[in-house]
Design a protein around this ligand. Structure first.
Ligand code: 5GP
Length: 189
């Protein structure tokens, strides 16, 4: 049984990344979604251990100190990190692993695992991104502004990724991501 591959997926919040990823998981088996640790509060509908492991700053810092995170970063005043053990375990079991992480974390994973494939999901335009962020309406105005500013600087990072997928239509974008995953297996041996 071959080892799985790592796919780093980044994109400013509001690009519809989770919808695209949801579709990818529906259409492909043997994929593992890397559940991150974070210090941000759960949004309505989010469950601990499913979307994230919601931790206190102390618990998060403990994981950093013990080297339990593959990468970690600060984003919009909160900490986010990828637990290392489940990723290694799933790769050994032959699962492909998808990490939904921001640009600083993506850089760290690429340094540690140069064979990881990085994919940037971009919104069709900044105007559309703002519309989507406001449409979500679960975040305060201040948070929306902060995320929009962060998004602008993140978009400049797109060129450093192996692939850029524009999310104009989530099914089409998911199809592109699936092709990228399939291609990585065809070219490996
Ligand atoms: P949100 O709070 O909207 O769920 O996520 C905010 C940002 O944090 C997104 O860009 C998401 O990709 C990123 N993120 C989620 N988990 C991780 C992680 O484990 N590490 C890093 N570096 N970024 C993460």
């Amino acid at each position: 049984m071959g080892k799985g591959h790592v796919f780093i997926v980044s994109g400013p919040s509001g690009t519809g990344k989770s919808t695209v990823l949801g579709e990818v998981f529906r259409r492909r088996e043997k994929l593992y979604f890397s559940v991150s640790a974070t210090t941000r509060a759960p949004r309505p509908g989010e469950t601990d251990g499913v979307e994230y492991f919601f931790l206190t700053e102390e618990k998060f810092d403990g994981m950093v100190e013990r080297g339990e995170l593959l990468e970690h970063a600060r984003y919009a005043k909160c900490s986010y990190g990828t637990p290392r053990a489940p990723v290694e375990e799933k790769l050994t079991e032959g699962f492909d692993v998808i990490m939904d992480i921001e640009v600083q974390g993506a850089r760290q994973v690429k340094e540690r695992m140069p064979e990881a494939v990085s994919v940037f999901i971009a919104p069709p335009s900044l105007e559309e991104l703002e519309r989507r962020l406001r449409g979500r309406a679960t975040d305060s105005e201040e948070k929306i502004r902060l995320r929009l500013e962060t998004a602008k600087s993140e978009l400049l990072e797109a060129e450093k990724y192996d692939y850029v997928v524009v999310n104009d239509d989530y099914r089409r974008a998911a199809g592109e991501l699936l092709s990228i995953i399939e291609a990585s297996h065809i070219t490996e041996d």
